[in-house]
Design a protein around this ligand. Sequence first.
Ligand code: HPA
Ligand code: MG
Length: 211
Amino acid sequence: MQIEDDWPGYNIDLFSSPTHYSGDLECVYIPHGVIMDRTERLARNIMDDLGDHDLVVLCVLKGGYQFSADLVEGIKTLSRNSNRSIPMRVHFIRLKSYLNDQSTEDLQIIGAEDLSFLNGKNVLIVEAIVDTGNTLKMLLKHVEGFRPKMIKVAGLLVKRVPHSVACLPDYVGFEIPNRFVVGYALDYNEYFRDLDHICVLSETGKMKYKI
Ligand code: HPA
Ligand code: MG
C-alpha cells in the first residue's frame, strides 16, 4: 500500500492521542485502525504462503514489538478459524541503529545469541521499518548462517529513500515517503512508542526529546 509524497496526513485533533504529546506531533500519518486492517491482510498473505509448515516469528526489537504482536494475533485468528493450523514460535532479536532521527553507521545486534534452533525452520522476520535496507541485509546474512528452511520478511513500513539497497521485505504494510515517523512502537530517542497512531513529529517534539 503506497502513501504518496504529497500526503499531508490527518489533523492531529481528528483522533485521540496521549495528552503528554500534545504539541509534539505534526499530523497523524497512518491511523491505528488502518494499521490494524492492513496487518490483518498481511497475516492472511503470510498464512497463504507459509501456512503449511512450522513457523518461527523473529521479532526485531524494539520497534517491531507492536507489529509482531498484532501480526501474530492475526495469524492465530486465521489458524483458529481454519483447518490449516500451524505451530508458531515467537523469538526476539534486538537491533539498534538510530540516534535522534539519524541512522548511525554501526548496526548492532544487542545480546546476540545462538539461533541454531532456526535450522530447517520457516522463519518470518518481522521489522517495523526498512529504509536503506542495510540493517535488513545484515540481519538476513546473520539468520541465513543458521540454515533455516526458508526466510521471509514482513516490514510494516518501507521508506522511499535515495540510496536504498536492493533488500526489501516480502510483505510490506505501507510504502511511505522519506519522513521520520513515530508511534505504534516506533520511537524517537525511546519516546512515542506509547502512541497508537503512526505520526510525524513536530519541530517542538524533536527539540523536546533530543539528546
Ligand atoms: N522512526 C522511528 N525509527 C526509525 C525510523 C523512523 O522513521 N526510521 C528508522 N528507524
Ligand atoms: Mg528507534
